[in-house]
Design a protein around this ligand. Structure first.
Ligand SMILES: *Cc1c(COP(=O)(O)O)cnc(C)c1O
Length: 446
């Protein structure tokens, strides 16, 4: 290698002591910094040997910025989509975080019965609370709703038939496809009806001695309109009872209350499904429940008991902090006032006046932008197409894409949306506690 060219490069320790580089140490750690510096110098040696110029500091800072952006970090959600799967779904309530810290920091009676000093059940406590809350006989908690459906199918339909309407054979985000999950669980899919219509008579015709389950699925992220016929829930439950086949439902979003209270369309609740005769309902913990990632199975004591005895449960089990957070969130759902302590419900309930006040304060701080009326979405496959009135800070910029990129690369990263060449920062999905950070992020990006 050409020694003269090498002289253009700083030593590693020099590079690592530059203040702009040191600034990344907290986020990335000393070892990662050193490794990236060595890599940058290596590339520099190759560049210089090839006769190119090379600015080692600049190259390293670009790498550090990319590495810092790749870290898991708090991000401001100004997209107007409240349950945003890519942005971590539901923000957790203070009480849930406190419970995770209290239980996670030490030992707990997770699987220990304090009364008689013997091994206890990991699921009993929260199971009892969830059963009460949702009006089920019993409840079980697993990793996520996908795992709940898998456990359900594996327990009851392995090597047997499971009836699903073609209009409900959906793919939910993240590659969760009902037909694929069925296949993985060893259940045989029996499709009934057409893409737009399904009747109880279709289900009855498909019943055979091999039928183990009738599975209903919430369409979550799309809706059917026009020449459509849905399975009548009560009639279906009656048909299932007559034939001695279990009716189960993948409800997904997990609403505990009627969402029309927030100006949203009616959403079937777990309680309604159970009241109509569904034997087991599966829902997510981090959608409309507003809690940690988990899947809840709610239903008859007999069915839940069978699933609790399935070996597969061991591979799907949740840890102590999840159970602590879930229990704390379930407590908050017990009354309308405490439910508002769940960030998702505070965001759903925020009045337009409140959003206006917050938006105006941010605009005054930034000295740019104006408020525009928007529609925020619940998202997360919870209520397809359902939106709420909202307000957004609109920033006009000659290059909206570049401005949105600067927001994304900011601290904290802020995710906006672009409409008609304007960058919109929707206030309904921004936590009130983040307002000052949002204003600062906008100012920095400008
Ligand atoms: C979201 C959803 C799932 C997947 O839930 P995860 O908790 O992400 O596994 C499954 N089924 C339905 C109907 C859903 O809406």
């Amino acid at each position: 290698m050409n020694q003269n060219a090498m002289r253009g490069l700083p030593a590693v320790h020099r590079l690592l002591s530059e203040p702009a580089v040191v600034a990344y140490e907290g986020a990335l750690g000393r070892d990662a910094l050193k490794a990236l510096a060595q890599e940058a110098l290596e590339r520099g040696r190759a560049a210089l040997a090839a006769g190119h110029s090379y600015d080692a500091s600049r190259a390293l800072l670009a790498d550090l910025e990319a590495a810092a952006a790749a870290q898991l970090q708090p991000t401001i959600n100004a997209t107007g989509i409240l349950v945003h799967t890519n942005l971590g779904r539901a923000p957790l309530a203070r009480a849930a975080l406190d419970a995770a810290a209290r239980i996670g920091a030490g030992y707990s009676n997770l699987e220990y019965d304090l009364l008689d000093g013997q091994r206890g059940s990991r699921y009993e406590r929260v199971g009892a609370r969830l059963a009460r809350l949702f009006g089920a006989e019993d409840a079980l908690v697993v990793n996520n709703c996908a795992a709940a459906v898998l456990l359900l199918l594996d327990t009851f339909a392995r090597n047997r038939e499971c009836i699903v309407a073609r209009s409900e054979l959906v793919e939910i985000g993240g590659g969760f496809r009902i037909p694929d999950v069925l296949e993985r669980s060893g259940a045989r899919l029996v499709e009934i009806g057409t893409t737009n219509k399904a009747r109880v008579a279709d289900v009855e015709r498909a019943l055979s001695p091999q039928t183990a389950l009738i599975l209903r699925t919430h369409r979550s992220n799309f809706s059917l309109e026009g020449f459509v016929e849905e399975l009548d829930s009560r009639a279906l439950a009656a048909a299932a009872r007559r034939s001695g086949v279990m009716l189960v439902e993948d409800l997904g979003s997990g609403a505990t209350i009627d969402m029309t209270a927030f100006g949203l369309p009616r959403e079937r609740t777990v309680r309604e499904a159970l009241d109509e005769g569904v034997a087991v309902v599966a829902v997510s913990g981090d959608k409309l429940f507003g809690g940690p990632q988990c899947g809840m199975l709610l239903g008859s004591a007999l069915a839940i008991g069978r699933m609790r005895g399935n070996q597969l449960l061991r591979a799907l089990r949740v840890d102590k902090t999840t159970l602590a957070m879930l229990d704390a969130t379930a407590c908050l759902h017990e009354s309308d006032s405490t439910r508002l302590e769940i960030p998702l419900y505070a965001m759903l309930a925020a009045s337009l006046e409140e959003l206006q006040r917050r938006g105006e304060a941010a605009i005054a701080r930034v000295e740019r932008g104006r408020l525009v009326e928007t529609r925020a979405a619940v998202g997360g496959g919870a209520l397809p197409g359902a939106t709420l009135p909202s307000l957004a800070i609109c920033i006009e910029s000659p290059d909206a894409d570049a401005f949105a990129r600067r927001l994304r690369h900011g601290r904290p990263p802020t995710i906006a949306r672009i409409e008609d060449g304007c960058v919109l920062l929707d206030l309904r999905s921004v936590l009130a506690a983040e307002d000052a950070a949002l204003a600062d992020a906008i100012a920095a990006a400008l």
